[in-house]
Design a protein around this ligand. Structure first.
Ligand code: BGC
Length: 707
């Protein structure tokens, strides 16, 4: 009997110890306990590898021509996974989970910024839709498709404020306005992560590029940036802050040197602001080889130095340059990197893995994208595309009447590639519905396609209208795709003028990842529809807008210039010291935009009236005076004419898009928050409020009040 008791006690102790030992494997244990349990079991080598990102896989996307690095141990923390299907990643994961000492799963990441297999409008176009809900639904599909391939981390949203269309990466962000960018950033984070990122169909977001990358001098990619601390806090940081508040699990440091210090080396940004002030609990990954680049940027003398500087600044994970695994141990031995800081960085990486449920579900989720049928997806993508397109000009020719004879011309008419734009992940051109296909379905035999310029001219003569599809090839925007000129390709402008000379009305559609300089064609075009890079369903969206099946409702998220010499030109600039005809260009270029931020036409007519303020509740009535139902975006602006820190000429504080039926009036409401909407921040980001006069604007309505 005594023996039985002793044996039971031994067994009980063994079970307890075992449980104690495997807390990190217990899905019911609190995440912080699991993190600490795992951390204390790890060797320094295992820790350093958790702070390393390598790559695996390959595809034909020019952004991802890589096959992965050899000799990467399966204890690596993360891999950029560039294959389209899950097999390779699952096989690698199996080794990490089953054959390493601690079985820590690898976090696979990828850039799926406007779809993974599906392709919908680029982020800049999403911003033009001003429809957070619609864009959110599309981004949820990205998350599901990523999960299906085993990708649990998306390097998106890019929330860099960009005011220079020469910079190729304007396509990846949400334009020039901090509120618009902050709103889309938060909505995208929610679309990827949901309320619980471990749930099926959810992945981790990564806010990038932190921070100021969009202010690259001269629009040249990778160039240094100089942003005053005031502008940093009032303009460039708010979208990131909003993404953190929305729960973004990770942040990517940017490539640029900011005010003399590369952001990847900035303790102020990566640790003081992000961790200490904003309370971010996830981790920072550097951008690609950004640790190495500290040497190019003049911030580090050699790679070991770069490792010390980036890591001590707060960059927890090193993307693809292997500087951490090469130099960190030596720096720890020398005392230049403290083990407690290594632990803190590893803790953050593990926390994200646990929050993603990666330990319980390390493999691809094959049912990831089944949530929606292909036809429902196509409908959603067409809707987002048509809501993001901006009608810049219409002399009355649009919508085109059924039965009219249309010549379809221009290089983009039958181009299934340009419409996908850059950073298209695994999207295939054969899934694109071209403008030609869309127009043929929409207008039937009334559409004749011109294959050459000569054919375009001859067909135009016997047509009622020419639809001329112009734009940039897809590889003209994106990373490392700066342009000194932002004109349409010269031969396209030439074709436009030849066709215009026939006297036939020319409806121009422009596909592009950036605002182009349209000043030369603007006057002679009968209509201009700016389509951005609309994705797989761009063709039907264009056709539907031209026929009137859709009613245009997109608005510009970026200012369009008359001349590239005006850059940077943005609506929320601070006021100049002299007014009127002072400070203008003496060579005849206007100082005002060709098309302003927030501009965009509709087939409906909207009239604003009765702007009033009741306490801090603002209301305005908008009447659709036309006979067509249409969506209107009400943009609420506030101006503070006098403040100890001069405020922008006007600032967008709230927006709402809503359908207004023909002949109906809708009331729009904006609940003004005193600190958020009337206050400001100083150059340290401290919010303050100064009482005085304010001007509230919505449409053509304006109201002054004192507070
Ligand atoms: C880009 C990032 C991207 C990363 C990984 C870098 O070159 O700047 O935006 O997330 O590559 O593909």
């Amino acid at each position: 009997m005594k023996n039985i008791w002793t044996l039971s006690l031994v067994l009980l102790l063994a079970v307890c110890c075992n449980e104690e030992k495997t807390i990190y494997k217990n899905p019911d244990a609190p995440i912080e306990k699991r993190v600490e349990d795992l951390l204390r079991r790890m060797t320094a080598e295992e820790k350093i590898w958790q702070l390393t990102q390598s790559r695996l896989g390959g595809n034909d996307n020019p952004n991802n021509v890589m096959r992965g690095d050899e000799h990467i141990p399966p204890i690596v923390g993360s891999m950029i996974y560039t294959s389209e299907t899950a097999e390779l990643g699952n096989a690698m994961q199996r080794i990490a989970v089953d054959s390493t000492r601690l079985g820590i799963p690898i976090l696979f990441g990828y850039d799926a910024i406007h779809g993974f297999n599906s392709c919908f409008p680029i982020p800049l176009a999403q911003a033009a839709s001003f429809n957070l809900e619609l864009a959110g639904r599309a981004n949820e599909i990205t998350a599901q498709e990523c999960r299906e391939a085993g990708v649990r981390w998306n390097f998106s949203p890019m929330t860099d404020i960009a005011r220079d269309a020469r910079w190729g990466r304007v396509m990846e962000g949400y334009g020039e306005d901090p509120l618009l960018a902050a709103s889309f950033c938060a909505a995208t984070v929610k679309a990827y992560q949901g309320d619980d990122p471990s749930q099926p169909g959810r992945i981790a977001a990564c806010l990038k590029h932190y921070v100021g990358y969009g202010a690259s001098e001269g629009g040249r990619d990778y160039a240094a940036t100089d942003i005053s601390l005031q502008s940093l806090w009032d303009t460039y940081l708010p979208p990131f802050h909003s993404g953190i508040d929305a729960g973004a699990l990770t942040v990517m440091s940017s490539f640029n040197t900011l005010n003399g210090v590369p952001t990847t080396a900035s303790h102020y940004l990566l640790t003081e602001v992000l961790r200490e002030r904003w309370g971010h609990e996830g981790f920072v990954v550097t951008d690609w080889a950004a640790v190495k680049q500290l040497v190019n940027q003049g911030a580090a003398d050699n790679l070991k130095d770069a490792c010390r500087i980036a890591f001590n600044a707060g960059a927890a994970m090193d993307m693809c340059d292997y500087v951490y695994p090469k130099h960190m141990q030596e720096l720890i031995d020398e005392g230049a990197i403290k083990m407690k800081d290594v632990d803190e960085a590893v803790r953050r990486v593990l926390r994200v893995k646990f929050r993603l449920g990666l330990f319980e579900h390390p493999y691809a989720d094959p049912s990831g994208s089944e949530a929606m049928s292909p036809s429902a997806k196509a409908e959603l993508f067409e809707d987002l595309a048509q809501e993001s397109m901006v009608l810049l000009k219409n002399d009355g020719i649009l919508p085109l009447r059924q039965g009219c004879r249309i010549t379809l011309a221009g290089p983009i008419a039958d181009d299934k590639d340009a419409v996908l734009g850059n950073w298209r992940a695994h999207a295939k051109t054969d899934r694109s519905v071209s403008i030609l296909e869309g127009m043929s379905t929409e207008f039937g035999s009334g559409v004749r396609i011109a294959k050459t310029d000569a054919e375009a001219l001859s067909l135009a003569r016997s047509s009622d209208v020419v639809v001329l599809c112009l734009g940039e090839p897809s590889k003209w925007s994106g990373e490392n795709k700066s342009r000194a000129s932002i004109s349409l390709p010269a031969e396209q402008e030439e074709l436009f003028f030849k066709l215009a000379a026939t006297g036939k009305p020319i409806v121009v559609t422009v596909e592009s990842g950036r605002p182009l300089d349209l000043s030369r064609i603007n006057e002679k075009a009968a209509a201009i529809l700016y389509t951005w890079c609309p994705g797989h369903m761009g063709g039907p969206a264009v056709a539907g807008l031209l026929s009137g099946r859709h009613n245009p409702s997109g608005k510009l998220p970026l200012t369009f210039v008359h001349d590239k010499g005006q850059i940077p030109l943005y609506y929320n600039h601070r006021n100049p010291s002299r007014r009127g005809d002072q400070g203008i260009y003496i060579d005849g270029v206007p100082v005002t935009p060709l098309y302003d931020f927030g501009y965009g036409l509709s087939y409906s007519k909207f009239e604003y009236s009765d702007l009033k303020l009741d306490g801090l509740t603002a209301r305005v009535s908008v009447t659709n005076t036309s006979d067509r139902d249409g969506k209107e975006v009400v943009l609420w602006y506030i101006t503070d004419p006098a403040c100890s820190i001069a405020r922008p000429a006007k600032e967008l504080k709230h927006f709402e898009k809503r359908l207004i039926k023909a002949g109906q009036t809708e009331e729009f409401v904006f609940e003004i928050d005193k600190m958020r909407d009337l206050g400001f921040v100083d150059s340290e980001g401290r919010p303050f409020f100064e009482s005085g006069r304010f001007i509230l604007m919505a449409g053509d309505q304006m109201l002054e009040f004192n507070l």
